[in-house]
Design a protein around this ligand. Structure first.
Ligand SMILES: C[S@@+](CC[C@H](N)C(=O)[O-])C[C@H]1O[C@@H](n2cnc3c(N)ncnc32)[C@H](O)[C@@H]1O
Length: 464
């Protein structure tokens, strides 16, 4: 956990665009010296100087010292809520800025047990992210209007106008045609179209667990996530359908045909290694639809017999394609008793957009449940708490109540077996020796258990 910062002796000048906002006649060295003085003034509890620097001198509160601390980190460390509020309201402090160890101010407050400071930063994060969602939705709406106006445009032009899809589709077509050699390289982890166009490797980690790696060596799905997937399937299905477990499928079908039992229909978005689908199969669902667009994942599923399982059907496309197909009447609406969402290289805005379809997807059964993989902001306590709250608020807006259950990810297994998210140690257990992706040195963790604690499993139901 973070230590008290060493005195700020020097700072390297960032190359951020924020400098564009500074007038030419401002002496930058002096500007940064003042900003660092602010960090010290906060640590010294010097209220007068803090106010003078923020209000009168209009010091830039986002400037970081050598440890990456801003004045906001310092205020979180001392637990001074007045300073936090002043920096956020009157300064231009950024609530989510990480220090050199990846800790936000909120993470510092949490580690110091500064409860009021943590709550102030959490409230700021929630406010900021709710506002961001509204702005993004408005922007996407404007994009849709532009799309209508340019109905005669070619496919690339219309794709440009479609919010998140736009950037992805436009960049894919640009790189495929080689039209824009200077365009920034998109990552398989953050751009869905780039991910879907890249090759995957299915191998094993050092503990012999199956893993799927993307073209940059990042884990798309890891066997150690089985605990989360088992708990998810059980939480989604046990309340209404536990008595299907262990029964022969033919018997269940007969009982359904004779009206003695309700059918069970489940929808899973994102197949990965098919782990959650394997647990869902324990309930022998009447219908089990899997939405999956990646050709390598589909081939993996086919090779492992998933296309031959009774009741299982694949929709081979993205979930956005699926909703388009529903609208165009190419797919039939089904009332789903269980819906699970766990895709890759998408953003919170995508998950939020998926939420909006839930009232049309979920069956009226009192046992119908929705869940999603909640790895949102899982590198920081504050970010994880912010996204837990924001997703719950967004679900409430569309009439879903959320219950959170904490899950220990890999009980009984050593720390080394957890959160392995790359092919770093894959070769030991039979990974492909020739593939560079299984030979990495570093281990990129997308989850920091030390910061975040246990996994939070969301379980959502329509409020009747
Ligand atoms: C993390 S894995 C899912 C793991 C799965 N829950 C399991 O238990 O094995 C994510 C999956 O989502 C798929 N995916 C990525 N983008 C998608 C999209 N836009 N629509 C649907 N599926 C998507 C990926 O190809 C991948 O198979």
């Amino acid at each position: 956990m973070p230590a008290k910062p060493a005195p700020a002796v020097s700072v390297s000048l960032p190359t951020s665009n924020a400098f564009a906002a500074l007038a030419d006649d401002v002496d930058l060295e002096e500007h940064f010296a003042l900003a660092l003085r602010l960090v010290d003034a906060v640590l010294d509890h010097d209220d007068q100087l803090v106010r003078k620097l923020v209000v009168d001198e209009r010091v830039d509160c986002w400037v970081q010292d050598q440890q990456g601390w801003t004045a906001l980190h310092a205020a979180a460390y001392t637990g001074n809520v007045d300073h936090i509020n002043l920096l956020l309201r009157k300064g231009n402090a950024v609530w989510s800025m990480p220090d050199n160890l990846g800790c936000t101010a909120g993470d510092i407050a949490y580690s110091m047990n500064n409860v009021a400071a943590y709550e102030a930063l959490l409230a700021e994060g929630v406010r900021a992210e709710m506002l961001r969602a509204v702005l993004e939705a408005a922007q996407a709406g404007e994009g849709a209007e532009d799309e209508d106006e340019s109905a005669d445009a070619g496919p690339e032009d219309t794709a440009m106008a479609d919010g998140d899809d736009a950037a992805a589709a436009a960049s894919t077509s640009a790189s495929a045609s080689g039209a824009d050699a200077d365009a920034p390289k998109l990552s398989t982890t953050s751009d869905n179209a780039t991910f879907l166009a890249s090759r995957l490797v299915f191998t094993h980690d050092s503990a012999g667990q199956p893993i799927a790696l993307d073209a940059e060596g990042n884990g798309v799905m890891m066997g150690w996530e089985s605990g989360i997937m088992r708990a998810t399937a059980e939480r989604m299905c046990d309340a209404g359908w536990a008595d299907r477990k262990g029964k022969r499928r033919e018997e269940l079908v007969r009982e359904e045909d004779e009206g003695e039992r309700e059918p069970l229909c489940v929808l899973n978005v994102g197949f990965g290694l098919g782990i959650v689908d394997t647990f869902l199969q324990e309930y022998a669902p009447t219908q089990h639809l899997i939405i999956e667009p990646h050709p390598d994942v589909l081939a993996f599923a086919r090779d492992n017999g998933w296309f031959d399982k009774p009741g299982v059907r694949f929709y081979e496309g993205t979930w956005k394609d699926y909703f388009r197909a529903l609208e165009e009447g190419k797919e039939e609406y089904v009332a789903w008793d269980g819906v699970y969402f766990d895709t890759y290289s998408e953003h919170y805005a995508d998950l939020h957009a998926f939420f909006d379809h839930l009232p049309d997807l979920l069956s009226p059964s009192p046992h119908a449940r929705f869940s999603f993989f909640h790895g949102l902001g899982a590198t920081s306590r504050l970010l994880y708490d912010v996204y837990t709250t924001v997703s719950e608020l967004h679900l409430r807006e569309i009439g879903l109540a959320t219950e959170w259950c904490e899950v220990d990810v890999a009980p009984g297994e050593g720390e080394a077996a957890r959160w392995e998210a790359t092919g770093a140690r894959a070769t030991a257990a039979g990974g492909d020796e020739k593939d560079e992706r299984t030979k990495g040195e570093g281990e990129k963790k997308y989850w920091r258990e030390d910061m975040v604690g246990r996994y939070r499993l969301p379980l959502c139901r329509l409020e009747m």
